[in-house]
Design a protein. Structure first.
Length: 86
């Protein structure tokens, strides 16, 4: 356990950020999975799911939850698969 007040506060902040970041990562994972499933099934709403996933990836990259290059890579792969489906 931390002894100093600043260290205690840093621990509290780290715990809050961890919860927030895990929620964002979970949401991204769900959206990417849903996008891939929609693309595989050649669904009509595949475009909308890819856009939603890209938006979540951009938000996570903006707040440094994931690296910006990783977000770009995910978006690129999803878009490439979507274009191949069409």
């Amino acid at each position: 356990m931390p002894n100093k007040d600043a260290a205690k506060k840093a621990l509290r902040q780290a715990q809050k950020c961890t919860v927030r970041n895990l929620a964002k990562k979970r949401k991204i994972k769900e959206l990417v999975k849903a996008s891939l499933k929609a693309i595989e099934s050649k669904s009509n709403d595949a475009q909308a799911t890819v856009v939603a996933a890209a938006k979540a990836l951009d938000k996570a990259a903006k707040t440094n939850t994931i690296h910006r290059n990783r977000a770009a890579r995910f978006k690129s792969r999803l878009q490439r698969k979507l274009n191949a489906m069409r």
